[in-house]
Design a binder for this molecule. Structure first.
Ligand SMILES: Cc1cc2nc3c(=O)[nH]c(=O)nc-3n(C[C@H](O)[C@H](O)[C@H](O)COP(=O)(O)O)c2cc1C
Length: 362
């Protein structure tokens, strides 16, 4: 079976940490407030961005005393304050019982008129979980927990009456209502690069989020998931990236150098992130190979260059199978506008007919 890839879709990371790059940029003070994020996402919607990703952390990984926007309450509010944009809310299974999260998700699906997606993320930042007194299981056990957790959430969101006896949960004839007024259920994204993350998306997900990295890696990662046994429609793919686009390549490289000079002032905060990370998180092993501005691979995706170069690279990724580009910028608002004005029209001009990829369907 072949899976058609739609036209490239563009999304922006909500600024839940207050910045995705330097805390010292003179034109982008750290600001994780609800007011800033509301204005940001409403503007993204006006500019035609298709999606926003609301990442989940209860404490800010840069520093615990920095502000941090809470994902599920903010997503509910965004659902009421927007009308078109897809709202992808991240969820760490360890933090919510599956019945509670499924009910909240179903309600946001109602409020948004069918625009909620979940990004299931199996945790890497140990202090967030451990300091709350919640057990932080070893890497593959977290995926085991998350896999059982998602099987319950998925069925509840599909309107099923769920009976489940498993290692972690016992559910007795549970059903939530309403569900299914807009579509079968909300979309399920999975973020995570390890083998169990790939198994999870192939078994239960709709879209796999890949961290920003070179095209040859992305090709191999896509193949690794697209060839796994699967029931139903093929997995689709998204890519995280930090964009630096300028009228010419030289100006873009100068701007990148400026970001690296700011980055030197952020070392203490970046150490907090690395110091708190689970050493078994495959994502961090990839980051170590490709130093980057931005989180989740950031500039390692190579979206740094002239407007034409950035558009061409997006088209190359799209031809490799990436459908959704989930983007970070700094200063966020100004660069988000520039991307919408200068790069998206170039991508549209360059985009050829939709490409098909072969996948195995079990
Ligand atoms: C696009 C993307 C978004 C992510 N968002 C979050 C998030 O909001 N919160 C979080 O704790 N982890 C997030 N992650 C991290 C992963 O879920 C996972 O914990 C990490 O990749 C380590 O697992 P791994 O060993 O499978 O790579 C994200 C990953 C990706 C690719």
């Amino acid at each position: 079976m072949t899976a058609p890839v739609s036209e490239p879709r563009f999304g922006v990371w909500a600024n839940v940490y207050g910045t995705w790059a330097s805390a010292h940029h003179p034109d982008d003070p750290v600001d994780a407030s609800w007011e800033r994020n509301l204005a940001l996402i409403q503007r993204a919607e006006e500019l035609g961005y298709h999606s926003t990703l609301i990442a989940q952390h209860l404490i800010n990984p840069f520093a615990q005393d920095w502000d941090q926007l809470e994902t599920w309450t903010a997503t509910a509010a965004l659902a009421a304050a927007t009308s078109k944009i897809e709202l992808i809310a991240a969820i760490k299974p360890l933090l919510f019982h599956p019945v509670v999260l499924a009910k909240q998700a179903a309600n946001i699906e109602e409020i948004s008129g069918g625009r909620l997606s979940l990004n299931v993320v199996n945790a890497w930042f140990k202090p967030e979980i451990e300091r709350a007194g919640i057990a932080f299981p070893e890497h593959d056990d977290r995926y085991g927990y998350g896999t059982e957790w998602l099987s319950i959430v998925r069925r509840l969101l599909s309107g099923e009456v769920v009976n489940h006896e498993g290692r972690h949960f016992s559910i007795d004839g549970y059903q939530i209502s309403p569900t299914g007024r807009f579509r079968d259920r909300p979309q399920i994204y999975v973020g995570g690069e390890s083998e169990p993350a790939r198994d999870l998306v192939a078994a239960q997900g709709d879209v796999w989020f890949i961290n920003g990295q070179p095209l040859e890696n992305v090709n191999a990662l896509i193949d690794s998931v697209a060839t796994r046994p699967r029931v139903g429609t093929a997995v689709r793919f998204g890519l995280a990236a930090f964009v630096i686009a300028r009228p010419d390549a030289e100006a873009a490289q100068e701007e990148l150098a400026y970001h690296w000079s700011l980055n030197e002032h952020d070392q203490q905060y970046l150490q907090n992130i690395v110091g708190g990370a689970d050493e078994k998180a495959v994502m961090f092993q990839t980051f170590a190979k490709y130093p980057a501005i931005g989180t989740n691979g950031g500039t390692a995706a190579g979206l740094v260059g002239s407007y034409d170069e950035v558009a061409e690279r997006i088209v190359e990724f799209h031809r490799a199978g990436i459908e959704t580009f989930m983007l970070q910028f700094q200063p966020f608002e100004a660069e988000m506008e520039r991307f919408a004005t200068e790069v998206i029209p170039r991508v549209r001009d360059l985009s050829a007919a939709p490409v098909a990829r072969s996948v195995v369907v079990g």
